[in-house]
Design a protein around this ligand. Structure first.
Ligand SMILES: [Zn+2]
Length: 333
């Protein structure tokens, strides 16, 4: 009997959608792509190297998906945007300079030139664009709120979850995950509603649920799971394994997943993983890795090794994207 693969490893399917993973050399969006191919998700977006557009188009066509190129961008370090634009620190993960699709670019920049694309089985849906925050004349402009709601539906999110997103997804005031957690007080934590591994392959959902027991999310995730199980059963086994792991959440872009067990307020662990990009989280990883247990008290995480307190980590609960830490394990079927 072979050992389990490492957690959060890139997943390469036996056959179904294997070429999508080979194209990206990464499986981060594999289940989103499968959801689109199988008809659960009306629309998805992706970033691809501009010079590989034709190859990508053919790959998508073989799965019955249409592709629309939206904009071509040269990726830049986010510090450059933060330094130059008003509101630059509020930008999300990807920061880039926009070019018209088909614009020429210097050969030496090729590796950093990406085209943003939308995919759908329904060609008509591709007429809808989608906004990201953009910098115009050194100021960050956010998309109109009404558009965000429409896109939520096009992206296949349940209405109850869009409603909740609309009320509480305000990074200047709330930690959205902590708001979901608060809303779910006393409710069971269904692993099908776990959004914490969604950007790293291992999740059946691609939205934030309104609660940890949201019936619409469970139904949607359960249906996708059944269809994927028919085509790629090993992937389902691996996703199920990831969704049940305990986690320490600081805010939406900073949470840790553990190979361990959560009991009450104490998490004991063998290994810690960081599936996010926030750099302050990256710096915490070795500090957590030194321990084998942790406890959360208010906004303070206490780290233990062999029963001895070895570190204290203080969450930053003030300012933009405030941290309201909590521990969670999704353990209900
Ligand atoms: Zn919901």
């Amino acid at each position: 009997m072979s050992a389990e693969p490492p957690l959060f490893a890139t997943y390469r399917p036996a056959s179904f959608c294997r070429d999508f993973v080979d194209f990206h050399r990464d499986s981060g969006q594999l289940l989103v792509f499968m959801a689109c191919v199988l008809g659960f998700k009306p629309l998805m977006d992706d970033w691809i190297p501009a010079w590989r557009m034709e190859e990508y188009r053919q790959l998508c066509r073989s799965y019955g998906l249409h592709v629309r190129a939206d904009v071509t961008k040269i990726l830049i370090p986010r510090e450059r945007a933060e330094a130059r634009a008003m509101g630059g620190t509020t930008l999300s993960s990807t920061v880039a300079v926009g070019l018209p699709v088909g614009a020429g670019f210097p050969e030496r920049a090729r590796a950093n030139v990406r085209t943003h694309v939308f995919l759908s089985r329904d060609r008509d849906l591709l007429r809808h664009g989608m906004w990201y925050p953009v910098i115009v004349k050194d100021r960050v402009l956010w998309p109109p709120y009404a558009d965000i709601l429409t896109y939520g539906r096009l992206l296949g999110y349940p209405d109850c979850c869009i409603r909740f997103f609309r009320q509480r997804n305000d990074w200047s005031r709330f930690s959205f995950l902590a708001e979901i957690h608060r809303e779910s007080r006393g409710a069971p934590r269904h692993w099908l509603c776990n959004p914490l591994t969604k950007d790293r392959t291992y999740s059946y959902i691609y939205h934030m649920p309104c609660r940890w027991d949201c019936p619409a999310t469970r139904k949607l995730a359960g249906r996708l799971r059944s269809e994927v199980a028919l085509r790629e059963p090993e992937l389902v086994r691996q996703v199920d394994r990831h969704l049940r792991l305990p986690a320490l959440v600081f805010y939406e872009r900073k949470h840790f997943v553990f190979d361990g067990t959560l009991q009450g307020n104490r998490l004991t662990y063998r290994k810690v993983y960081y599936p996010d990009g926030d750099l302050t989280g990256q710096a915490l990883l070795p500090r957590l890795a030194r321990g084998d247990a942790l406890e959360l008290e208010g906004d303070t995480v206490r780290v233990f090794r062999d029963g001895e307190l070895v570190d204290r980590i203080q969450a930053r609960s003030e300012g933009f994207a405030p941290e309201h830490p909590f521990l969670i394990q999704f353990d209900r079927d």
